[in-house]
Design a protein around this ligand. Structure first.
Ligand code: BGC
Length: 446
């Protein structure tokens, strides 16, 4: 009898998660849909993708997301985070495309039909060209323009989604676009503009929060914050510079959400967002890695902290220009303990590793989830874990070589193959827990 089998298998799970826990995967429109036409398309056409590959059909979701939804269902996944592509919904300013909205409705419905709860992110790094040409989030009108788009999307799709994210990683979008130049618009060293972009996104977020609650009082609204651990090598100066780096990268958006402004002295130049204070029902955390930091007079550009990855730590596949960081499941603890002071529910909205051959992903998943479990036992209200990602997809400025999927994809043939880590995730999701066997098997790296 299936019920008895279920009960029996539950007993072998030595770490059981709270009832209703979300076992999810996260995706982003530009990385999976294919055929998008936005500022990233221009970035690609002007030779900025490191591998010189094309996003092309991506995972072909615009035509056929449903076959990946079937696979997600087969993997026991009960939640899926996707983003709505602003350039499809509003291809010209104030001109909305009903066909695009209808396609999103169909996708959301097909998730529900498969027992998968959708979560929508309204902005995951991509902008319509008309918005980019206006200066994107540096345009004083940006929050108003983003509010108009949000109102349309929520009016059309709100009955099919309860869990909304305004922005994905404002700190990554602004830092990579305005300080390191790796993302469009590709500016380098514009720290003040990066802060202004972040504060504009916080003001836009506040509008999103209010619009969604006006149209859908029961909905839950948050955002996804990228959190990196900056680990000082030694106390003293290393610690001081690591802390400054964390203040700048991790803390800015938190400060806007907690106090409506950046901390002094950044508050003098970064722009404030008083309306953003307290506007979240949950905090989403995207957590991947740890960097090590040593004080170094030669690293002026990095505020005198040399950021590096020691050779002997677990790392995902190479091939990126800079080291991707140490794969560090413990980062989830740092991030959750930091956001505890919001006193809001928490979702791990992304966690993963580029790992084409599943060398480390199973270890990462088990050990990240051990952290999540321990934190829930300590009283942190963590409601779900969304792995990045379901199917290998096009990695922004890198190309196809970073393989983050539970499912391997050949972009040329669109052939999918479930990785062993996909089956491992399935086992955990179906058990709503991690068995003693898995914990034992993956206690050591590799
Ligand atoms: C982003 C994803 C990206 C992933 C892996 C996250 O910061 O939200 O879009 O693919 O990192 O680099």
């Amino acid at each position: 009898m299936p019920i008895v089998a279920d009960e029996a298998s539950k007993n072998t799970a030595s770490l059981q998660f709270p009832k209703g826990f979300l076992w999810g995967v996260s995706t982003a429109a530009h990385q999976v849909e294919g055929g998008n036409d936005n500022q990233w398309t221009d970035w690609e056409n002007t030779g900025h993708i490191r591998s010189h590959e094309r996003c092309g059909k991506a995972c072909d979701w615009w035509n056929n997301a449903e076959s990946d939804f079937d696979l997600a269902q087969d993997l026991g996944i009960n939640a899926l985070r996707l983003s709505v592509e602003w350039s499809r919904v509003e291809p010209q300013e104030n001109n909305f495309d009903p066909v695009a909205l209808e396609r999103y409705r169909a996708m959301l419905k097909s998730l529900h039909q498969r027992g998968i709860q959708p979560s929508i992110c309204l902005h995951h790094f991509s902008n319509p060209r008309w918005f980019e040409q206006k200066g994107a989030f540096l345009n004083p009108q940006a929050p108003t323009l983003f509010e108009r788009f949000t109102r349309k999307v929520v009016s059309e799709l709100g009955d099919l989604c309860q869990l909304w994210l305004s922005f994905n990683e404002p700190n990554v979008y602004s830092t990579l676009g305005y300080v390191t130049g790796e993302f469009p618009p590709g500016y380098v060293g514009q720290i003040v503009n990066a802060m202004r972009v972040m504060s504009a996104q916080a003001r836009a977020h506040a509008r999103v929060y209010r619009v969604i609650h006006e149209l859908q009082p029961e909905a839950q609204v948050g955002w996804a914050q990228h959190y990196v651990v900056f680990q000082p090598v030694r106390p003293g100066l290393d610690s001081l510079v690591a802390n400054i780096q964390s203040q700048i990268f991790n803390e800015g958006f938190f400060q806007l959400m907690e106090h409506g402004k950046f901390n002094f002295p950044f508050s003098l130049v970064g722009g404030d967002a008083p309306e953003a204070k307290g506007t979240c029902d949950f905090v989403g955390l995207n957590v991947y890695n740890r960097f090590h930091v040593a004080f170094d007079l030669k690293s002026a550009f990095q505020l005198f902290g040399r950021v590096f990855v020691p050779p002997d730590v677990p790392q995902g596949d190479s091939g990126v220009e800079k080291p991707y960081g140490e794969a560090f499941p413990g980062a989830i603890r740092n991030a959750v303990e930091r956001v505890a002071r919001f006193h809001k529910p928490i979702y791990i909205t992304e966690n993963g590793i580029p790992d084409a051959h599943d060398r480390l992903r199973p270890w990462l998943i088990v050990n990240a989830l051990k952290q999540v479990h321990a934190l829930t036992k300590e009283g942190h209200d963590i409601r779900g874990y969304f792995h990045w990602t379901l199917t290998d997809n096009f990695e922004w400025a890198e190309g196809w070589h970073l393989r983050f999927g539970l499912i391997e994809l050949d972009p040329a043939t669109q052939l999918r193959t479930v990785r062993p880590s996909g089956r491992l995730f399935e086992e955990i999701a179906r058990e709503n827990g991690i068995s003693a066997e898995l914990i034992e098997k993956y206690q050591h790296v590799g």
